[in-house]
Design a protein around this ligand. Structure first.
Ligand code: IMP
Ligand code: MG
Length: 177
């Protein structure tokens, strides 16, 4: 099952980056009405760890988006499958996603939620894939930057598999599974 996969970031390294992000968020959002929005499904493990690394008062909500289908390249078409349940107006929103790649997903989501009148809107990603960018989008908080490659584990999938792996692996879709 791990054929064609190379371990890239182990869970201890990931945990250190998550703790650092939590400290940055604590510092920047102290005294603000913080609402963290997790992007399902890929961010579910990162989100669960990140909220516990943040100690300022906050609430959580989720959206579900899909842009990839079963391919490893973004289609550029972002499909909204589940909306938020809490109201956004006047709140300090921090959108949390697993990976920033082309930028289509977060760009579309920020436009969508930005239209609902939040007090502020920021984004946090675990991984920033620099070379994949097709838009001018940049995240405000970045856990780890990498140049290229398709990665799985720690919530990230290849064709819905591998989300349960504790570490993050570089995956060669030609050879895996
Ligand atoms: P973007 O719209 O191209 O920025 O794609 C972002 C979304 O594509 C992320 O939220 C991930 O769900 C998915 N994605 C991008 N790269 C990878 C990867 O290397 N592994 C798993 N999912 C990925
Ligand atoms: Mg995603």
């Amino acid at each position: 099952m791990l054929q064609g996969m190379e371990k890239l970031y182990d869970h201890n390294f990931i945990a250190r980056q998550v703790r650092r992000l939590g400290e940055e968020i604590d510092r920047d959002f102290a005294g603000r009405d913080l609402l963290l929005v997790g992007v399902l499904k890929g961010a579910f493990i990162f989100f669960a760890d990140l909220v516990r690394a943040v100690s300022v008062p906050m609430q959580v909500d989720f959206v579900r988006l899909a842009s990839y289908g079963l391919h490893t390249q973004s289609s550029g078409l972002v499909e909204f499958r589940k909306d938020m349940e809490l109201s956004v107006a006047g709140r300090h929103l921090l959108i949390v996603d697993d990976i920033l790649d082309s930028g289509y997903t977060l760009e579309a989501l920020c436009e969508h939620l930005g239209g609902r009148g939040p007090a502020s809107l920021k984004t946090c990603v675990l991984l920033d894939k620099r070379e994949g960018r097709q838009t001018a989008f940049e995240a405000d908080y970045v856990g780890i930057s990498l140049e290229r490659g398709f990665v799985v584990g720690y919530g990230l999938d290849f064709q819905e598999s591998c989300r349960n792996l504790a570490d993050i692996y570089l995956c060669d879709p030609e050879r895996s599974i």
